[in-house]
Design a protein around this ligand. Structure first.
Ligand code: ACM
Ligand code: ZN
Length: 539
């Protein structure tokens, strides 16, 4: 009996090994390999049952043509015969969910919405890429049922410390889309540069988008080595609209961040009356935090912010507008008569409450005037936060836990798991990593495995978990001046965070690592300049 059991067990293991293993990142909720193969050729037609599915079908065909050399055709309507790729919407599925059925007779993708279909096509894209054949591709049969765990799966790009072209920003969006991420958090304003055209305030780009030079090397107290070269640039409103449209076609919502009341030196340099001391100010040339922030005592500061946000709201249809709130020193407010007067009038007990007053007032404006909600970095918890603000926890998961306990919605982006400017190996000097945010010796290390280990629910009970809306990877660019370098930092760690966001509860690092070696080949095909450390086994 025992021997028979062992024999059966051995057969089961052998069959499992023979069956095609899942190749998809992020890992689908359910994957069942089936017998047989489905042949795709240049005669294969992708049928979009609904007009709205023609665009995702066309984007998919472009991927397959570029990555596999196979030109598929798109048609609107119902498939007349076998051997097609058939796309339709099934309202019984969750909006981002999809099913992917590959049989000998063809491929059927159903999505809860256009977006769900798009994600089914992203899975099929990976499956096709890894299949044998070129002009005629033999795809293993399979049944996939899939949906994301978290509703918010984001990537942030800081275009202020260094700026990137419209084409590069679109490539960043392509990378997010490949990983089924659905939010692009665009960090557009900073001490070191204002990057979005605001027609009412032309100096923001005339003055605020240029810094006279840039620090060379790591930001330390002692480092005073500058490159002597003016640096700057900005996105016109037309370019912004183009990027927002491009992202929407890939089911990614662009969330602009106008960081306030700190990180505003570029705006202060443009309009010095916005600061407590009234300047003069210059666009910051080194990294770190400035003591100069917006004056919250003056009404004119609010008029300025409202004028900026009116144009931002017109450009970005997103539900959320990110209004920053991070790293705002209180030195100037403590000695500014107008800020102190405001505190007295409003009965605010300290400068943290003054910041809270500011954030709440801006939130109210965006809500009442534009019907938008705000996201703020976790500093908005200090001095009191409104119930309706979404908190982006960055200084540690504990800040997210605190916000969750208050009942606020939370996006988890704790820096030791999600800051993609951090070094990727434990021995970054020995491995000759490019300069990365590890100013204090070997403190900031974020290897792929660590990013994968993020648990957004850690320490939270069932009730508190409900307000965790998702996760995000953040690409700060103090030390990242080129888009090749951006890719080196975000890949493959974005894949790990994407799998946390999509596949939470169904994760396995060893299996992820196996699939990551496959996805690397697609990265190669796409020309993505990912980091080699994980693939070379030097984490
Ligand atoms: C941040 O890293 N200052 C949000
Ligand atoms: Zn002031």
């Amino acid at each position: 009996m025992k021997k028979l059991f062992l024999t059966c067990a051995a057969i089961v293991v052998a069959c499992a090994a023979m069956a095609a293993e899942c190749v998809i990142i992020p890992r689908p909720a359910s994957y069942e390999p089936q017998k047989g193969k489905c042949a795709l050729s240049s005669k294969t037609v992708v049928y979009a049952a609904d007009k709205s599915l023609v665009r995702p079908a066309t984007i998919f065909c472009k991927y397959v043509a570029e990555e596999k050399g196979l030109q598929l055709n798109v048609a609107e309507g119902v498939a007349p015969s076998n051997g097609a790729i058939v796309l339709s919407i099934d309202k019984n599925l969750t909006p981002e969910g999809y099913t992917l059925d590959i049989t000998k007779g063809g491929v059927v993708i159903k999505g809860g919405s256009e977006q769900g279909v798009f994600y089914g096509l992203q899975s099929l894209r990976q499956v096709v890429f890894h299949s044998k054949g070129g002009k005629k591709v033999k795809v293993e049969c399979m049944k996939v049922e899939d949906k994301p765990h978290f509703a918010y799966r984001g990537g942030m790009l800081d275009v202020c410390r260094h700026i990137f072209s419209v084409e590069e920003v679109k490539k960043y969006i392509d990378i997010l889309a490949m990983h089924k991420m659905n939010r692009f958090h665009w960090h557009l304003t900073e001490d070191q540069g204002w990057r979005i055209e605001i027609k009412k305030y032309p100096n923001l780009t005339k003055v605020g988008s240029m810094r006279k030079e840039t620090l060379v090397g790591l930001h330390t107290k002692k480092n005073n080595n500058y490159d002597g070269k003016p640096y700057g640039g900005f996105f016109t409103q037309e370019q912004v609209r183009d990027i927002v449209r491009y992202a929407a076609e890939r089911y990614i919502e662009v969330i602009p961040e106008i960081d306030m009341p700190g990180h505003m030196v570029a705006a202060l340099a443009s309009y010095p009356e916005l600061g407590c001391t009234k300047g003069p100010y210059e666009v910051r040339t080194r990294w770190g935090i400035s003591k100069d922030v917006l004056c919250v005592g003056r009404e004119s500061t609010f008029e300025f912010i409202e004028g900026v946000l009116d144009e931002v709201a017109a450009l970005f249809p997103s539900k959320f507008i990110h209004i920053g709130g991070d790293e705002c020193p209180k030195h100037r407010w403590k000695v500014c008569p107008e800020c102190q007067q405001r505190m007295k009038e409003e009965g605010l007990k300290d400068e943290h409450e003054l910041q809270s007053y500011f954030m709440k007032r801006v939130e109210k404006y965006l809500s009442e005037k534009h019907g938008r909600s705000i996201i703020g970095w976790d500093e908005i918890l200090e001095g009191g936060v409104s119930k309706t603000a979404t908190v982006m926890a960055w200084r540690g998961a504990q800040r997210g836990i605190l916000a969750a306990k208050l009942g606020n919605q939370v996006i988890m982006t704790p820096r030791h798991y999600c800051y993609l400017d951090y070094c990727q190996t434990s021995d970054h000097d020995g491995n000759n990593e490019p300069i990365c945010a590890a100013g204090n010796g070997k403190k900031y290390q974020l290897p792929l495995r660590k990013a994968y280990s993020l648990d957004p629910y850690n320490e939270l009970n069932e009730e508190q978990r409900k307000v965790i809306v998702g996760v995000q990877g953040n690409m700060w660019t103090e030390y990242v001046a080129t888009f090749d370098h951006v890719q080196h930092m975000i890949l493959p760690r974005t894949a790990a965070l994407a799998e946390v966001g999509w596949s939470y509860g169904n994760q396995n690092y060893d299996d992820f690592a196996r699939r990551m070696h496959l996805l690397r080949k697609l990265y190669d095909k796409c020309g993505f300049k990912y980091a080699p450390y994980f693939f070379n086994g030097i984490e």
